[in-house]
Design a protein around this ligand. Structure first.
Ligand code: SF4
Ligand code: MG
Length: 317
């Protein structure tokens, strides 16, 4: 709730911050058991920073992170949260220690939590985890560089599963992979969700794929959550002009469909966000009010929220 993450980018000679960058600005988002929430937006919009801040990989600047209704600042809640919410990353190679064998990588969380009985038990668990991600038992004694990108992502997923999490934050887990491998990984994540009752926060660029995977979608722009809603409703009837632009830019197989690249200009620097609505310099509907007044994330009915002064209410398409 109301999570903000600010990075200091410059300090004066006394170490006092002189320039700050707000990567995540007042974001509130929930994730239910078994649910997949997709999070989309252009690179640099704060999706990964939000996920990392919620997981405590970055200290939050302000806001509250609740796990089953309790703040994770509470020690016991925080411990349970860190165990039950795991993360997989865009670049599986960077997130796997090249000097460790696959067995050590996958077993590491079990060791950290002292969950293994003995060496044979550990080996047995690692084999089972590898099997769950369709990797052979022999992979255990090899090193990350011996595998392809898709296989490395499977290893990363096996490690994330080691503590039997309830939830996995997937930070663009397929963006770096070939299209055919992307489909395999997505299918596997869906199977694992079904078998284990997992929830996912699924961060991606590809709105069409996120639509396919998620029950709800959140759209971020310049660190703000600008739209949130049920996946189908948001995809077929986007209410925020930024979401409309993202969807209009999706390539379609229909030869008569003209792709609209309505998103003019660059994303403004988060060091100097525009006043009023942060989207106003790129929005095709900007009016005077937008330059001055910050639009709040308003409830539009039907589980839909949008941060635009002119977003229409109601759930009719
Ligand atoms: Fe566009 Fe104004 Fe809505 Fe912002 S508030 S998205 S500038 S119409
Ligand atoms: Mg990212």
């Amino acid at each position: 709730q109301h999570v903000t993450k600010t990075f200091v980018v410059d300090r004066d000679w006394l170490g006092r911050p002189v320039r700050q960058l707000t990567a995540v600005h007042d974001v509130s988002l929930s994730l239910a058991a078994g649910e997949t929430v997709g999070l989309v937006g252009e690179s640099g919009c704060g999706k990964s920073t939000l996920a990392r801040t919620v997981l405590g990989l970055y200290p939050k600047t302000s806001g509250t992170i609740l796990y089953k209704g309790k703040s994770v600042d509470d020690e016991a809640t925080g411990r349970a949260f860190r165990r039950h919410v795991q993360m997989i990353f865009q670049d599986p190679y960077a997130s796997l220690d090249p000097r460790m064998t696959v067995e050590d990588i996958v077993a590491e969380p079990l060791r950290n939590y002292h969950l293994e009985r003995d060496k044979a038990d550990l080996r047995c668990r690692v084999t089972a985890l590898l099997e769950e991600v369709d990797m052979p038992a022999e992979a255990a004694q090899r090193y990350p560089h011996e595998f392809s990108g898709g296989q490395r992502q499977r290893i990363g997923i096996a490690r994330a599963l080691a503590l039997s999490p309830e939830c996995i934050f997937c930070d663009e887990p397929i963006s770096a992979l070939d299209v055919s491998v992307q489909v395999q990984i997505v299918n596997m994540l869906q199977r694992l969700q079904h078998e284990r009752g997992l929830s996912y926060l699924f961060i991606a660029h590809d709105l069409a794929m996120v639509h396919h995977l998620s029950q709800r979608i959140g759209v971020m722009y310049l660190g703000r959550l600008v739209e949130l809603g049920p996946s189908d409703a948001l995809y077929h009837d986007p209410r925020h002009p930024y979401t409309q632009a993202l969807i209009a830019a999706i390539p379609r197989p229909d030869p008569h469909y003209r792709r609209h690249d309505v998103l003019a200009g660059e994303v403004p620097s988060p060091l100097a966000p525009p006043p009023g609505c942060v989207f106003h310099p790129r929005c095709p509907y900007t009016q005077e009010r937008c330059r001055k007044e910050v639009p709040l994330l308003r409830d539009l009915g039907g589980g839909r929220l949008a941060a635009c002064h002119f977003a229409k209410r109601g759930d009719a398409v």
